[in-house]
Design a protein around this ligand. Structure first.
Ligand code: HEC
Length: 154
């Protein structure tokens, strides 16, 4: 019991200066807490990667309501546009996204496959343009989400 009390006092005594040091840093540099842009971008991209996978398996299964995953991809690219300033995303993936949307609306699997591959080409073209040619996107081979059934439901 005594030991715990001592430990508690020690913890409080040490925590206080740390907290106030953090406070000082924040006051000195208010931007310190903001996430740098490149971290945002890689976070968005990790989500785009997940959406790209899900979109493929939804479309391949003919689960068209699920293929509306495309909305997430679109929002992701909107965020990319905000970060990178101009329409660089539109330039690289705009056409493919429009074609994908059309194919999903039309429930057209053949066009979906063509548009999906075009999207992946666009992802890579942008990676190439922005010095990340080593990040290569392709048609996913395996569905990593084994806890979700992608079959169309009646
Ligand atoms: C506007 C250009 C652009 C487009 C379009 C684009 N990317 Fe990226 N992507 C980047 C850049 C730049 C990075 C490097 C980000 C970083 O880590 O700084 C990146 C990184 C990535 C990464 C690595 C993320 C990480 O850090 O783990 C993945 C995965 C990725 N992109 C997937 C995709 C997919 C999938 C698409 C298409 C559906 C796509 N990207 C389209 C520019 C783009």
């Amino acid at each position: 019991m005594k030991l715990i009390a001592v430990a508690l006092i020690a913890a409080v005594a040490f925590a206080a200066p740390v907290a106030s040091a953090q406070q000082t840093t924040k006051q000195a540099n208010p931007a310190a807490e903001e996430t740098p842009d490149f971290l945002h971008l890689s976070g968005i991209m990790a989500q785009q990667q997940m959406r790209h996978i899900k979109l493929w398996f939804a479309g391949a299964a003919g689960n068209w309501p699920l293929a509306d995953e495309i909305d997430g991809l679109k929002e992701g690219f909107d965020d990319v546009a905000k970060l990178l300033g101009d329409d660089i995303a539109q330039q690289h993936v705009g056409d493919a996204m429009a074609e994908l949307e059309k194919s999903v609306d039309a429930k057209d699997r053949d066009n979906f496959v063509v548009a999906f591959d075009k999207l992946s080409v666009g992802c890579n073209a942008c990676h190439h343009t922005l010095d990340h040619a080593f990040i290569v996107i392709q048609r996913p081979a395996l569905l990593p989400y084994s806890n979700q059934n992608f079959s169309p439901q009646k």
